[in-house]
Ligand binder design. Structure first.
Ligand code: 5AD
Ligand code: FES
Length: 364
């Protein structure tokens, strides 16, 4: 029988190293995924619309202090063209992501969203950082369906160290997540695994927080050091905690993904690009077989894509939308799954009382 792990079990699983025991965790996560969200893998076309950022996060290559990065902001027409590519490939969702770029103004983005919503059948997800209530409400009113904002770590001291405030503005991502839900967005969050100073107990708390917050999407990836950032250039923000530092490796990410599936059986959980970056061969497939049910192919025009360098050596950095689309179709088929149809929102599923796993139309 599949029971949901409690706090102690979560911590024990995070520390588990025995491959046979871990095989049991993978099996439980995969079975829970199959029962609750089925065999469909939902595709979200990712468009990285700007790499400007007002923040100074100690982990992220887009931080304002990285003066060597050439900055870009896509034109509205370019964003719309990328959305049309998503339609052409049969994706149900387009994700517009950027650094926290205040050059992206309330009305300009509202117009972009309105155009995509009125001229395509796509669900629109935004991932634009800690924006004001006014912005979030306006974008929701323009038709945006979902918003992603990772809390990165539930350890408040660690978060404050790696995520300095903007001016004297208070930052409480959990509060923003609550507000996003009030505005009527489907809400996504997530963490990085293996941040310097992050302990096993702290990742266990992150997973507990996933259980508590009624999140629709949960993204989990490894922390990947970027040499142009404090955390990637040897600067120790926290002294290493003896034996308690969580490694930023693949195995830890699979454990966190699998446990997240057990605590949030019906959430949408992507096999993230960061995971694919540390195992380009089959990280995505293993993610999908250990709890994940979503994939985010990159639709950013190639001339911009290499500039969206959150971390180095990103997977799929040189693939056109067509190449990426063909490749992922094969990957999904290769593990006996199929591509989901429609927007693939959690709410869509909740509105279908008799949702049956595997009954969706297959494009593959
Ligand atoms: N390594 C891995 N993930 C990172 N992100 C930012 N910087 C890094 C890094 N160096 C993730 C954060 C952010 C998301 C958009 O990318 O979790 O929320
Ligand atoms: Fe992007 Fe394979 S999934 S190139």
């Amino acid at each position: 029988m599949n029971t949901t792990p409690d706090k102690t079990e979560i911590l024990n699983w995070l520390r588990e190293t025995n491959a046979e025991r871990l095989a049991e965790l993978w099996r439980r996560a995969d079975e829970t995924r199959r029962q609750h969200v089925g065999d469909a893998v939902h595709l979200r076309g990712l468009v990285e619309i700007s790499n400007f950022c007002a923040r100074q996060c100690a982990y992220c290559g887009l931080r304002m202090g990285n003066e060597n990065l050439v900055r870009y902001r896509m034109l509205a027409d370019e964003i719309f063209a990328a959305a049309q590519q998503a339609v052409k490939f049969g994706y149900g969702t387009v994700v517009l992501q950027a650094g926290e770029d205040y050059g992206i103004t309330t009305e300009w983005l509202a117009e972009v969203v309105r155009r995509i919503k009125s001229e395509t059948p796509l669900a629109v997800t935004l991932s634009l950082g800690e924006r004001s209530n006014k912005d979030l409400a306006a974008w929701r009113a323009a038709g945006a369906d979902r918003y992603l904002l990772r809390f990165e770590t539930s350890d408040r001291n660690l978060f404050d160290e790696i995520h300095p405030p903007l001016g004297n503005r208070e930052c409480d991502r959990i509060e923003i997540l609550r507000r996003l839900r009030e505005f009527g967005f489907e809400v996504g969050s997530g963490i990085m695994v293996g941040i310097p100073g992050q302990t096993f107990a702290s990742v266990a708390k992150d997973i507990e927080l996933f259980r508590e917050l009624d999140l629709d999407m949960i993204g989990i990836g490894p922390f990947i050091p970027h040499p142009a950032t404090p955390l990637g250039s040897g600067f120790k923000i926290f002294p290493p905690v003896n034996g308690e530092q969580v490694p930023n490796n693949e195995l830890m990410v699979y454990k966190a993904v699998a446990l997240t599936r057990l605590v949030r059986p019906d959430a949408n959980i992507p096999a993230t690009t960061a995971l694919a970056t540390i195992n380009k061969k089959n990280g995505r497939e293993l993610g999908l077989q250990r709890g994940a049910n979503v994939f985010m192919p990159n639709l950013t025009p190639l001339k911009y894509r290499r500039l969206y360098e959150i971390y180095p050596n990103k997977a799929c950095i040189a693939e056109t939308g067509d190449a990426c689309n063909g490749c992922l179709g094969l990957r999904i088929k290769g593990i006996g799954r199929h591509i989901g149809s429609g927007a693939g929102g959690r709410r869509d599923r909740q509105m279908l009382p008799e949702f049956e796993a595997g009954k969706e139309f297959c494009h593959a």
